[in-house]
Write a protein that binds this ligand. Structure first.
Ligand code: UD1
Ligand code: UDP
Length: 440
């Protein structure tokens, strides 16, 4: 079997590393393709070194650019490699433009796509990541979903349960393995070593890079307003290159950098970053991966967003969505700092992302599919849907139970303004769209 992996950004390198390791252990052929979306040493090469993964076989050096240009260039480059290499499966991870490009190209070449971290939904179509992850899920054959919640999202989109594999998230594998290595090695990056974090109290690790935050001056000002007042914390901010540029463009960088309790440093390698986060009292972030790592490392997280495709972290109690509102950020940060019971409850939140064996479960599923001859894309031979299936927009007051009795039917799905509802018998269906099987 030959597996191709397409990746392009920092989080994809980190989360694919355990899978690359596992492929190596099993002696499976690997083709590693880097799109070159992230190209700074601090955003790419350092992670290959820290995570001890082989250098990519191909780098198509797309660099930065608009979404269309970047994705188009990636598709062109990925297509050439896939035609040459003819892998049995292409794996993509998460929700970046590399995922969109990799999934589109492979599926059009009839090469099965496996989506690692599939099924996440923020239901926010203003986010480029939501478009990427949804489009990738349309193109995939195997879905490696981190939680039951993400599996349900895909079931609701009519994906067969036979293609879903609840594996946890490979970030847990990476975190567990590399924290031990990091502790043995110690801090390497000078800018972090100089801060002497081992002897520091009240560390707040800050990261942000989401377009909706850092490209929006009003939201940036709200967040910075809160940071200014959190002067009893040591705020350590390894800054994403996108954020540095936009802060400079808005004339906000110098102001933030001049605050004595705020330490802006360049992006850290994975080992140094794990040491920093694991010693933190609080993580303030808009990162996807960091929401998962915070609950894995038992560090309370405040997420600088109004929605999340990682709702499990919030319902488990380890993460609070604070948006970019100064007062909400301050109120929650203070509570974590001053209310020991509140902070402990956040720290003790159960990690929903598995035990660190996600890469093993993923490779088990791929090998099983391969051995059973299921790694293929074919046109269907049968008529795919039943003639009894119907849909209706309900314009009267009627409950689920009464509708089913009156129409001798079974309701499958109920959508209230696009949001799926559980078909509880007493639910009033007025104004909702339903699908149902009719037995008459
Ligand atoms: C991308 C992903 C985002 C992911 C993030 C991880 C998309 C649409 N976005 O966002 O989902 O959470 O990576 O960090 O795929 N830049 C550099 N050096 C680099 C890379 C980028 O200076 O090595 C600067 C450039 O000015 C570039 C900007 O950062 O224009 C944004 O980079 P880009 O890759 O477009 O998006 P990210 O914000 O990194
Ligand atoms: N990370 C890192 N160094 C840093 C900041 C983040 O190693 O200076 C890691 C972090 O541990 C996490 C990942 O980068 O695993 C998250 O990447 P990012 O926030 O860029 O992207 P997202 O997860 O939001 O897609």
């Amino acid at each position: 079997m030959k597996i191709a992996i397409v990746l392009g950004t920092r989080p994809e390198i980190i989360k694919m590393a355990p899978i690359i390791d596992e492929i190596g252990k099993r002696g499976i052929d690997l083709v590693l393709l880097h799109t070159g979306q992230h190209y700074d040493k601090e955003m790419s090469d350092n992670f290959f070194k820290d995570l001890e993964i082989p250098a990519p076989d191909y780098n198509i050096h797309v660099g930065s650019g608009s979404h269309g240009k970047q994705t188009g260039l990636m598709m062109q480059g990925i297509e050439e490699v896939m035609i040459d290499e003819k892998p049995d499966i292409v794996l993509v991870q998460g929700d970046t433009n590399a995922v969109l490009a990799g999934a589109l190209v492979a599926s059009k070449l009839h090469i099965p796509v496996g989506h690692v971290e599939a099924g996440l939904r923020s239901f926010d179509m203003t986010m480029p990541e939501e478009i990427n992850r949804m489009a990738a899920d349309v193109c995939s054959l195997m879905y490696f979903v981190p939680t039951e919640e993400s599996a349900i999202n895909l079931l609701a989109e009519n994906i067969s349960h036979k293609k879903l594999f609840i594996t946890g998230n490979t970030v847990v594998d990476a975190c567990f393995r590399h924290l031990e290595i990091a502790k043995k090695r110690g801090i390497e990056e000078e800018s972090l070593a100089n801060l002497d974090i081992e002897n520091m109290d009240n560390i707040l690790t800050l990261t942000m890079h989401r377009a909706e935050n850092v490209d929006d001056e009003h939201r940036l000002k709200g967040i910075i307003g809160a940071l200014e007042e959190l002067n009893d914390m040591n705020i350590i901010f390894p800054i994403h290159p996108r954020t540095k540029k936009t802060l400079e463009n808005f004339g906000l960088f110098d102001k933030l950098n001049s605050l004595e309790h705020v330490h802006i440093i360049k992006p850290l390698g994975y080992l140094d970053f794990l040491l920093l986060t694991s010693m933190s009292t609080l993580i303030l972030t808009d990162s996807g991966g960091l929401q998962e790592e915070a609950i894995t490392l038992n560090v309370p997280a405040l997420t600088l967003r109004y929605n999340t495709e990682r709702p499990e972290t919030v319902t488990a109690g380890g993460n609070i969505l604070v948006g970019s509102d100064k007062e909400v950020i301050l109120e929650n940060a203070r509570k974590i700092l001053e209310d020991e019971e509140f902070a402990n409850n956040m720290r003790n939140a159960k990690n929903p992302y598995g035990d660190g064996n996600s890469s093993i479960l993923t490779l088990d599923a791929i090998e099983d599919y391969y051995n059973k001859g299921l790694l293929k894309i074919e046109s269907p031979e049968d008529i795919m849907s039943s003639f009894n299936r119907k849909m209706a927009l309900i314009d009267e007051d009627i409950t689920v139970e009464d509708f089913e009795k009156e129409n001798q039917s079974l309701i499958h799905m109920i959508y209230d303004n696009g949001v799926m509802k559980f078909p509880a018998s007493e639910l009033n269906l007025k104004g909702m769209m339903i699908t149902y099987d009719c037995f008459q």
